[in-house]
Design a protein around this ligand. Structure first.
Ligand code: NAP
Length: 477
């Protein structure tokens, strides 16, 4: 049985559980009701943690070959039902069906990489004779799983960002509790179904549905939880970091990514990649291009082409194969984006295209004449809005690019290798793309930010590093 029935239940320690108290899951396109999910209480969360505590020993005892097998089987399940997964993403979230398919492909990749990395969690021997008096010792360390992981995930990649937490957790022998975003819990539940099918032992994984503001504190403050792996907004992340206490935290937060276009850039390529980077997933993308710094000499041709290309973007029905961009996650979010744009316009910004709203839809919008100190330039817009800035030097572009409390990824378009390397050294970000926009990631690379963009790195191997601890063993001979 598939999500049509399971959507009404949550997955607690290997059992599908329902409740009288429910939360509606709606399609943001027309606000229609898709299904309901249980609204877990604090007590439900405490029970889930208790099961997770029992799951810790079960997960740690799973031999590596079993972890590999479960991960590969779950990947096969996602592959087999790829259409169902893609339709679920494109129903509960704001991605188009084309974008949703891309996310499903990446989820399969994340699970398969997790299976591969499971066999590479190694230790090493330590040469004790480096210290006079220690010649009679031999020693090594191995990596042991840290125990119970709390994973909290956002709405914008409702499947693959969940896979990025479950995959590495299973690979490294940990138990995990996932609290998906309330607006998009179905993809996470469907992924739990894949692990259920794959034979993951009970109690190792739970996907609990409920409001973060109600049940979040119980999870993140509980002493049995050894790592809080959070992906979401800066404010939520900061609040969790303050409360979490003595445990590991991994924070994948937002950004307002900059891209620099120098005078020797290949303009056509720069335009195509920055337009896609700005409007992918309606700009609700932590890597989304928000600020573009363009050299004076190419500002006009770049801007003309950028606006032309933006105006070709097709907004509409998410399920239509020809649609490039769907609605925002809610009308409330679209109204917030509209307010931010209007505030910028009142402060003197110039609207080059877009700037209008229809329910939860907001048109792809291009602004210029925005002060680098304006809210829309300093904060994360998380919507389909991009700002073009004219600059006269690379130093000026770098200064503005760094002039924010975020630093996830950035891009630079240039044919000049020296300028590229100088920029790589100076930009305060977790990743830089030369001759591409900020919006590119594969699932096996280290991914994460600096400043308000977070702490730690994901990307399967790098997530695993945060989910294990070395245990040092010495033999005195
Ligand atoms: P959000 O509002 O911060 O919510 C994220 C998650 O936190 C949701 O599951 C939410 O639950 C939960 N939450 C809320 N309050 C909580 C609390 N007090 N305790 C524990 N959990 C709590 O973020 P969002 O709007 O879903 O996602 C957008 C943000 O995520 C953007 O800033 C984006 O840049 C960032 N993001 C970052 C990355 C990255 O890898 N760096 C990737 C994707 C997205 P409810 O839904 O129940 O409120």
């Amino acid at each position: 049985m598939m999500i049509t029935t399971k959507g009404k239940k949550m997955y607690i320690g290997g059992k599908w559980v329902d409740k009288d108290e429910t939360i509606d899951v709606r399609d943001p396109q027309d606000n229609s009701l898709i299904t309901t999910v249980p609204s877990a209480s604090k007590e439900d969360m405490l029970n889930t943690i208790k099961m997770g505590e029992e799951g810790v020993a079960i997960a740690a005892k799973m031999p590596v070959h079993e972890r590999i097998s479960v991960l590969n089987k779950s990947a096969n399940y996602v592959e087999k039902y790829a259409d169902l997964f893609a339709n679920t993403i494109a129903s509960e979230g704001s991605k188009t069906i084309k974008e949703a398919r891309g996310e499903v492909t990446r989820c399969i990749e994340t699970l398969r990489i997790s299976a591969e990395e499971a066999r590479r969690i190694n230790g090493e021997t330590i040469p004790f004779d480096q210290m006079p008096g220690s010649e009679n010792r031999v020693g090594y360390y191995y990596q042991f799983p840290i125990g119970l992981i709390a994973a909290i995930t956002p709405f914008n990649d409702p499947l693959n960002l969940v896979a990025h937490k479950i995959g590495p957790a299973i690979a490294s022998g940990n138990a995990i509790i996932v609290k998906p975003a309330t607006m998009t819990p179905l993809s996470a539940l469907l992924l739990a179904e894949a692990f259920d099918y794959a034979g993951l032992p009970n109690k190792v994984l739970s996907v609990i549905t409920g409001k973060g503001s109600e049940i979040g504190d119980v999870l993140v403050t509980h002493p049995a939880v050894r790592l809080v792996s959070f992906t979401g907004g800066l404010d939520t992340g900061e609040a969790i970091a303050k409360k979490a206490g003595l445990k590991k935290i991994s924070m994948e937060l937002g950004s307002n990514s900059p891209v620099i276009v120098l005078r020797d850039a290949q303009i056509e390529e720069a335009v195509n990649s920055t337009v896609s980077g700005a409007f992918w997933a309606v700009g609700q993308n932590c890597l989304g291009v928000q600020r573009i710094f363009i050299h004076d000499d190419v500002y006009e041709p770049f801007t003309n082409k950028f606006v032309q290309r933006t105006e070709q973007y097709k907004t509409g029905n998410k399920k239509d194969e020809r649609t490039d961009m769907g609605p925002l996650i809610s009308e409330r979010e679209a109204i917030r984006v509209e307010e931010w744009v209007n505030e910028a316009l009142e402060e003197g910004a110039e609207l080059l295209t877009g700037g209008y709203r229809d329910g939860a839809f907001y048109a792809p919008t291009v602004l210029t004449n925005v002060s680098p100190n304006a809210k829309i330039a300093k904060e994360e817009i998380f919507g389909p809005v991009v700002i073009l800035f004219k600059v006269t030097t690379l130093d000026e572009a770098i200064e503005y690019a760094n002039h924010v409390n975020y630093g996830l990824q950035a891009g630079i378009f240039t044919q000049n290798i020296q300028q590229a390397f100088s920029t790589i050294g100076q930009l305060e970000v977790g990743g830089i793309l030369v001759n591409d926009s900020s919006d590119y990631r594969i699932d096996g690379m280290p991914f994460g930010g600096v400043k308000g963009s977070g702490i730690g790195r994901e990307g399967v191997k790098f997530s695993i590093q945060n989910m294990v601890e070395p245990k040092m063993v010495q033999f005195k001979l």
